[in-house]
Design a protein around this ligand. Structure first.
Ligand code: F3S
Length: 641
């Protein structure tokens, strides 16, 4: 039997089910990661399971999101995560050590292993040949407690890379090409597997850029083979013993195939306001730029920043541009400092930020009003930068660097010298893990410190057989988790305080929603297609839960958000007839009867007595998820299981 890379890894970790496309399977998780903004909840949930020590091979808690210290909240969260990690067998990566995905590739990732992370860009680990999946914090907590992780056995897409990129065209342009062809909905229940001779021309960090942004396709994950390039990378990190070769069998069968001729690609940009709104840079050339931000988990590796340093060497950042650079890790920054790259950046007029997510989530460096910002990041949804009317373009580090010099969008292909891009892949990286704290051997002696900002998560209750509630909000297609639970610099310090956050739930769509929800003692949400796209943010389910939301009726859901709703006991319902969406209005009173039997049959009826209409909806869940919903969420289910 011939297998793809994905099938090989799944087969080695399969605990429940069979590898039949579309069926639910449970896989064993080797490694987990959390970052601070989702981590506090994940560890509160882990504590609630009363498991003394994590059962994974390796679990790591990173601090990379909330590092602004304008009050005690963030620091309280960090101390909670540090102490709870130490007590329960989790490594702790201190603030300043870097962005979770970059550090994970450098110091922890192991080819062929499974990684579950409470961050939607966890698939970055696929660049190293891991099956790396983003999930809600609760799923990660369950994995830390030794539980399997459930996914729908995905379709596998073969992305056949041929040839070699031209100078000035980057791996970022490869994933932008895939996004252009497949769109932000094209990856649902699919794994993108990169094969072909073009793979050999990509380093591990370049591969990781591609798998990172596979999250924007809505894909379960993306994966590269683990080959001699992976081995060289692991050797350079002093981790040769972690290497394991993995490739697809020659006769492996794929569900879909995409061919990309790398030689034919040009530099591209994802234009406002979606990562799949991709155009070639040539079409955008000349657009005046106000701000350029280089970094994020997509493009902050040593190679990325050395390219930028070489392009900027001896040049000056245009007077109309503010250029900020956030290195992906302490290791990257340290090496740039040692080999002169940092001096080239500083000389040019670039501003160096600390190693972390920073501007990617609007944590400082938001663009000016109606500003144009070029970013090497992965998302450009409206408002994510912190400036609601800014135009954000997603580009490669090469495009960002040449545009920083000219002050307008500029094609790197025609303006970069081959010499600037001729960077040697280091045979040895500078390794110093003194910002990683190992867990305690004797966990009983560690005291977990919870500051006043750490509030318990909202309680769920078992499913009732009758729901009678008002429609509290009706939203359009492609509502992101940023809409449902905004994540800006003002709110990030409250990620462990759901009562506070809930006052901002869905306010970008309707500022009155939280108060209406409170006045009505909860209710229902009605939505269009792809509801909850964009991130693994569990708060987008926890805040509605706190506000008493019992169910969401939508045309379709994004994968992780749907799971998060189920895990928190909120019914995800899909219109059988999409046009029924038009029949429902704000504050319609809806009754759902025989809920428990209906969930078991996976079909319910929304009744609006005033309008005299009945609307059929599907509850597209697995048998296990039916039990989770009946018990009022995953934590309750884990206790009775
Ligand atoms: Fe951080 Fe942005 Fe990545 S918030 S984890 S750099 S998507």
């Amino acid at each position: 039997m011939a297998y793809t890379i994905t099938e090989k890894i799944i087969k080695n970790h399969l605990v429940v089910g069979e590898m039949t496309r579309g069926d639910e399977i449970g896989i064993r998780i080797d490694q987990t990661l959390t970052q601070d903004s989702t981590g506090t909840m994940a560890y509160l949930q882990f504590e609630a399971m009363e498991v003394p020590r994590v059962k994974t091979k390796r679990s790591v808690a990173y601090i990379d999101h909330n590092m602004l210290q304008t009050g005690p909240e963030n620091m309280d969260d960090h101390i909670y995560i540090q102490t709870v990690a130490k007590k329960h067998g989790v490594y702790y990566s201190k603030p300043g050590n870097g962005i979770c995905h970059q550090v994970n590739i450098e110091r922890f990732g192991v080819p062929g292993q499974t990684l579950l992370g409470s961050d939607s860009h966890t698939p970055t680990g696929g660049g190293l040949g891991m099956l790396a999946i983003g999930a809600g914090g609760l799923d990660v907590a369950v994995a830390m407690a030794g539980g399997e992780y459930y996914i729908t056995m995905p379709e596998i897409v073969k992305v056949d890379l041929r040839g070699k990129l031209k100078p000035g065209v980057a791996s970022k342009d490869i994933i932008l090409e895939v996004l252009k062809r497949c769109t932000v909905k094209g990856g649902i229940n699919r794994v993108f597997e990169y094969v072909g001779e073009g793979v050999k021309n990509l380093t591990v960090p370049e591969r990781a850029t591609i798998t990172n942004m596979g999250a924007e396709l809505g894909a379960t994950t993306s994966v590269f083979p683990s080959d001699e390039i992976t081995l060289e990378f692991l050797k350079s990190q002093g981790r040769e013993e972690d290497f394991k070769a993995i490739s697809a069998d020659a006769e492996a069968k794929y569900d879909m195939e995409i061919v990309i001729d790398l030689d034919k690609l040009g530099a591209m940009a994802a234009c406002p306001h979606s990562p799949d709104n991709v155009k070639v840079i040539k079409e955008l050339e000349g657009t005046k730029v106000d701000q350029i931000a280089i970094g994020s988990c997509t493009n902050s590796s040593y190679l990325d920043l050395m390219k930028v340093a070489n392009i900027l060497e001896g040049k000056t950042v245009a007077e109309n541009v503010s250029l900020v650079i956030s290195p992906g890790s302490k290791q990257v920054l340290n090496m740039l400092a040692e080999n002169g790259g940092l001096a080239k950046l500083i000389d040019s007029g670039a501003r160096i930020l600390e190693c972390g997510c920073g501007p990617c989530i609007g944590m400082g460096q938001s663009p000016n009003t109606r500003g144009v910002s070029l970013r090497t990041f992965n998302r450009n949804f409206k408002g994510r930068s912190g400036t609601i009317d800014a135009d954000v373009y997603i580009v490669s580090p090469e495009t960002a660097a040449v545009s920083a010099i000219t002050g307008k969008i500029t094609d790197p292909v025609s303006s970069i010298t081959a010499k600037a891009l001729d960077i040697e892949v280091p045979a040895e990286f500078k390794i110093n893990d003194n910002l990683i704290v190992a867990p305690a051997m004797e966990c009983e002696k560690v005291e977990v410190v919870k500051g006043p900002n750490i509030k318990p998560f909202p309680k769920t209750s078992v499913l009732k057989d009758k729901i009678e509630k008002n429609v509290l909000i009706k939203v359009e297609d492609n509502i992101t988790t940023d809409h449902i639970m905004p994540s800006n610099a003002k709110l990030l310090p409250y990620r462990s305080n759901i009562p506070y956050l809930s006052d901002y739930c869905l306010t970008p769509c309707d500022p009155d929603f939280p108060q209406r929800a409170k006045d009505n003692q909860g209710g229902l949400i009605v939505a269009g297609h792809n509801y909850g796209q964009g991130s693994s943010r569990e708060h987008a389910a926890l805040a509605p839960l706190y506000l008493g939301i019992k169910g969401v009726a939508a045309k379709s859901f994004a994968r992780i958000h749907k799971n998060n709703l189920i895990n928190n006991g909120i019914l995800p319902m899909i219109f059988v007839n999409e046009e029924d969406y038009d029949k429902i209005e704000l504050m319609d009173n809806i009754t759902i009867e025989n809920v428990i039997k209906g969930v078991e049959r996976k079909e319910l009826t929304l009744k609006d007595a005033a309008k005299g209409i009945e609307i059929p909806v599907k509850v597209d869940v697995t048998d296990r998820q039916i039990e989770i919903l009946k018990n009022g969420g995953l934590i309750n289910y884990m206790k009775v299981k």
